[in-house]
Design a protein around this ligand. Structure first.
Ligand SMILES: Nc1ncnc2c1ncn2[C@@H]1O[C@H](COP(=O)(O)OP(=O)(O)OP(=O)(O)O)[C@@H](O)[C@H]1O
Ligand SMILES: [Mg+2]
Length: 253
């Protein structure tokens, strides 16, 4: 029996969230009866419908998979709690963020990335952290990294004794990346190349990313370069936030 699969599990029938799960070993199902392991093998191979399993077998599978979902969710939410900046620790998510998070949990390589656009203070960073939390709620264990474009350059700027390329790869390869304030840093040929390489890496490897920017859709190519703008347009769902600067209207500390 294979150890993991996302294709052969009847998520809907079992009432468990989409995603990949480890399948139970023979030892884990022995107590259900002699035939169970063979029936599960047939079931996961798509030759025996869920309805043909006994109620006890179906209940076992539901619980076996749900435990994995609950573990991943807990791990992910703990990671969020440890890594979210204090200001955004209570960031909430809306239905669009929840839907995106479910896609990421179901299959990170087919999930679209997200480009959050809007003027200063409309809640882009809040939205993105809310979406990162939502990924945890959706049951995906995915360690993420978050960095602003300006901090990215500061971290990668070549200097003696510092392996910039290794740092770049660490960030580029992260399973889930939030790149904030895109287009707000001081432009230079070097900076343009870094952003191109980063976006292109995420694009080529189908890695889910959240980007947030104050730029308007029209100004993306001029500010980020046509190659970056073209990739962002194809790989991202766009979320447009509107309204007043919440920092001024909410007046919080
Ligand atoms: N949905 C929300 N509920 C409660 N507070 C929010 C919400 N959205 C944003 N805020 C708060 O409003 C302020 C501005 O939000 P945020 O920093 O996300 O804006 P931004 O669009 O990223 O701004 P900038 O373009 O300057 O980076 C923050 O203090 C944030 O905590
Ligand atoms: Mg912001």
């Amino acid at each position: 029996m294979p150890t993991t699969s996302s294709l052969t599990i009847d998520h809907e029938g079992l009432g468990i969230p989409a995603g990949s799960y480890a399948l139970p070993s023979r030892g884990a199902v022995d107590h259900l009866g002699e035939d169970t392991h063979g029936r599960f093998t047939e079931h996961f191979a798509g030759r025996l419908p869920l309805a043909a399993l006994t109620a006890a077998e179906a209940a076992f599978l539901r619980e076996y998979f749900f435990d994995q979902f609950a573990d991943r969710r807990q791990r992910s939410l703990e990671y969020f709690g440890r890594n979210v900046p204090l200001r955004f620790r209570d960031a909430t998510h809306d239905e669009r963020a929840a839907a995106w998070a479910r896609e990421v949990a179901s299959d990170p390589h087919t999930a679209r990335s997200v480009l959050v656009l809007g003027p200063t203070g409309t809640g882009k960073t809040h939205w993105a952290y809310g979406a990162l939390r939502a990924v945890g709620h959706a049951g995906a264990w995915m360690p993420w990294k978050a960095v602003t474009e300006a901090d990215l350059y500061a971290r990668l700027r070549p200097r003696p004794g510092h392996d910039s390329e290794a740092r770049f790869e660490e960030i580029a390869r992260t399973q889930l990346l939030f790149l904030d304030d895109l287009g707000a840093a001081k432009p230079s040929e070097w900076a343009e190349e870094v952003i191109y390489r980063l976006v292109n890496y995420r694009y080529d490897h189908c890695l889910p990313s959240l980007f947030a920017s104050n730029l308007t859709p029209k100004s993306l190519p001029d500010t980020l370069g046509a190659r970056v703008a073209s990739r962002l347009t194809q790989m991202c769902e766009r979320i447009a936030l509107k309204g007043d600067d919440l920092r001024l209207t909410r007046g919080q500390a």
